[in-house]
Design a protein around this ligand. Structure first.
Ligand code: CTP
Ligand code: CA
Length: 226
């Protein structure tokens, strides 16, 4: 769609992409994480670079090699991801939050390996910072793209997340579908804007999905800025 005018549509724009899962430490040898592969985020970074953008990739735990030739910052926790995003924030034109950030972290992380003791052990968790929601309240020129992976009531949750996090675009996928979700090489996504559902993208490679997302986002970003 629109490929005849899309060659370097993001030339000169600074795009920050977050990818992968976060690691929330329990002690020096144990942590909480999730199954995020980082593939969608890596594809977004590559597609944005191919559309001419200056790309910063902020990655947590990923299960693929880091994409080559992309300026990358490695982080571990939700807190570190927030700090890295905040560092880039002032001159960022577009922030794409494809990372799977943990919702909770251990209330305290032990500097020493926790020794085995009783028959049961409780781990108290506290909420992490919501990176997208926090930056959403500080939005100036930044075009914000959020993600939502859902197993049910996709449309309702997607619309609610877009509003709550002050996003300009939200990319939702039903992870119960074959060919979508964590680890897959393809994706099937539905795009939402502030006005509601925009489009259903076909099942295609994560790179092609990324490119379609970026083309829709650029059209909206330039429309908003003009
Ligand atoms: N997100 C974030 N910081 C968090 C949690 C999520 O920035 N601590 C971002 C994700 O990167 C994603 C969007 O918010 O772009 C939606 O994440 P999701 O997990 O679907 O939403 P939550 O608000 O955490 O709600 P829930 O997990 O209950 O569905
Ligand atoms: Ca979550």
């Amino acid at each position: 769609s629109g490929s005849e005018h899309s060659d370097l549509i993001l030339k000169g724009k600074k795009i920050v992409v977050t990818a992968g899962g976060t690691i929330e430490r329990i002690d020096p040898v144990r942590y909480i994480t999730n199954d995020s592969s980082g593939k969608m985020g890596a594809a977004l970074a590559q597609a944005a670079r191919d559309l001419g953008a200056k790309v910063k990739l902020i990655v947590g735990k990923i299960q693929i090699p880091l994409p080559e030739g992309i300026d990358t910052i490695r982080v571990e926790s939700a807190e570190e991801m927030y700090e890295a995003c905040l560092n880039e924030w002032s001159d960022t034109d577009m922030l794409i939050m494809s990372a799977a950030i943990a919702d909770y972290r251990p209330k305290s992380s032990s500097p020493r390996k926790i020794k085995k003791s009783g028959e049961t052990m409780a781990l108290e968790l506290v909420k992490t910072v919501d990176v997208l929601q926090t930056l959403g309240t500080q939005k100036e020129k930044q075009f914000l793209i959020g993600f939502a992976a859902e197993t049910h009531d996709l449309d309702t949750y997607a619309a609610e997340k877009l509003q709550r996090k002050n996003c300009d675009l939200l990319v939702a996928n039903d992870v119960t579908q074959e060919g979508a979700g964590f680890g897959s090489d393809t994706n099937i996504v539905r795009l939402f804007g502030p006005e509601g559902r925009i489009a259903d993208l076909p099942k295609q490679s994560k790179y092609d999905t990324a490119r379609d997302i970026l083309l829709e986002a650029s059209r909206r970003m330039y429309r908003g800025a003009s």
